[in-house]
Design a protein. Sequence first.
Length: 598
Amino acid sequence: MAGLLAASYLAVAVAALGDYGPTWDTSVFEFPYGRTLIDYLRSVLPGDPPVESAPRAPHPYLPAVQGAWFHAYPVGSMLSELGCRLLWTWLGVLDAIAAHHVVVPVSTALLLVAMIWFLGRRAGLAAGVGAALLLVLSPRYFAHSCNNLKDAPEAALYGFAVLAGARALHRGGRAAWALAGCAVGLALAQKANALFVPMQLAAYFALAKLLTWRAAGRAPRWSWRGLGYATASFVVTYLAVSPAFWNDTFQGLATHFSYIFSVGTVAELASQLEPRPLAAWDGTAHAAWTTPLPVLGLALVGLVTPRAPATARLLLALWVVVPVGRTALPGMRNFDGVRHFLEFYPPLCMLAGLGLATIAGWLRGRRRSLALLWLAALLPGGIATWRTHPHGICYFNACVGGLGGAQQRGIPEATDYWGSAYWQGAAWLTRQASAEANVLVPVAPHIVRCLQPVRLRPDLRLVRGGEQDTRHALYVMYITRKNWYTRYVRDLEQTNKPVHEIRVQGGTILRIHRFDNGGDADVQWAAWDRDRAALAARGRMLKPVENDPARLAQVASIMVRAADLGPGTAARRLRALLPEAAPADLAEVLWLYGAEGG
C-alpha cells in the first residue's frame, strides 16, 4: 500500500512539473552549483561517468559559481544536475527544468513510504495512509515538493534522520547507529536545519525515559559505543557527499558555516526589513496560517490518542515543536513563510493521521459516517491544492482569509515570495507581448534571466543594467514581494494600472505593466535610471559598515523608517552613524526610502 500511494503521488507530481519554473534560489544556487560539482567530479574521479558533460539546448541560463556560493549545500544540487543530464540531455524524456526538479518529488515519495511504515507498525495502516494523503494534499507542501530543491528534500532527509535516530535509541546495534549517523550526514549536507536533529533526539531520549520509567522494555537505551559508530558514519557520509570540503577541509567548513550563520543578517539588509526583536513568534503564526484546518484539528486529536504508543507521539510532537520553535530563538531570522522549517509538516500530518484513524475507529461499521469523515479530512486540502496550483506556496487558510486576507493584514511574504510565478508571467509575455519588446524585471531579475532561454520568445529583450531601447514597447514585470520593492516599483504600483495580474485566493502575486515606445516608456526609463543610481549610492554608503553587524542593523532600521522619521531626523541619524557618507549619496538613499529633502 505504501509503495502504491507513493507511486501514485509521484506520477501526479512528475506530470505537474511542467507548471513549475526556477525559483529565487535555484536560479543562482542549486542549478549552477550542481553543474559545478558534477563537472568537478568528472575531472577528479577515474573513468567516464555515464552522463553528458554539456547540457542539451534549450537549457536555462546559469551563472558561474563564485566565492561563498561554492560552500553551498551539495546533495540536492548534485542530484538535480544528474537528473537534468540523464532525463533531458541524454534521454530527452523531460524538459530541462522538469528534469532538474524531478529529485524533489522523488524525495517526497520516499518520505511517504517511511511515514506509512512508521505509523503502520504502531497505529495501523489507516493512520499511515491518512498522514501521507494529508501531507500531499496540503497546498504549501505539494507545491514545495515540485520545485523546492532545498527545503522539500531536507524535510525528507530530516525525517529519515529522526526516524533512524529513534530506531537506534530503541533497538541499538552497530548497524542502526551507523545508519542514524549516515542519515544525519546526508540531511546536514542538504541544509543546516539538520544541526537540530541531535538536539531533538537528545530531548526525545530524556523525555521518553521519563515516560517509560515503569516499563523498561519500551525505554530507549543509550550507548556510547553506538554514538561512536554514528559519529564516524556521520563524518564519512558528510564529507563524502561534500566535494567542496575535500581540499582544505577545516577552512572550507569554517567558511561554509560562517556564511550560514550570517544569512539572517544579510536577508535583513537586502530585503529592507526591520531588525528582528530578541524573540518573535512569526514562524509559529505562519505554521498555523498556512496549514489546512483539518490537519491542525486532527493533529490535536492524534497528540492525545492512545492509539499509538506515548513514545511515538512524543517523537512526533518534538519533530513538530523543534523546527517551529527554533524560529523564535534569539538571533533567528525567519522569512519566506514556512519554507525554512518545512520539516515540521510531515510529523504534523502524521499526528493528524493518528487523529483521523482514531476517529475512524470510533465510527467502525458506519460506512457513511466513515466516508464523510475521510472527505471532511481530505477534501479541504485537496480543493485548496487544486485551486492554488501551481502557486500553492502562497496558500493561507481561512484563519486569515486566504492570501487576500493575509495581504490586507500586512503579513510578511503573503505573496509569491520565491518568484515561481515568473514562469507563468513569462508565458503570458511570450503569447501577448508586442514584437521585439523590452522586458524589465525590477524584483529578482535573475529568475527571469535563468528561464529566458526556455520560456521567453527569442525576440523579447530582457533589460539588464543600464541598457535602454526606446524604439520598442516596454513591459515591467515583478512579483509583489513588497519588502524587496525599490522606490521605482513602489511608485509604479501606485500610479499605473497593470495589463496583466496573477491572482491567488483573492491576492495578487505578480503584475505586468505595458508602456508604448515614446513618451510613456521614456518616463519609465528615466525613473528606472534614478532608481539604479540610488541603489548604487546605497551600496557606497553602506560599504564602511558591511562587516559591522551592529552598525549595519542600526543603519538598516533608520533606512526602512526614513519616511516616518522625516528627512531631517533620518539624515541626522544616518550622518551620526556614517560620518564618511557623501551628501549626494545620503540624499539619494533618503529619496530611495521616500524621505526627500534631508
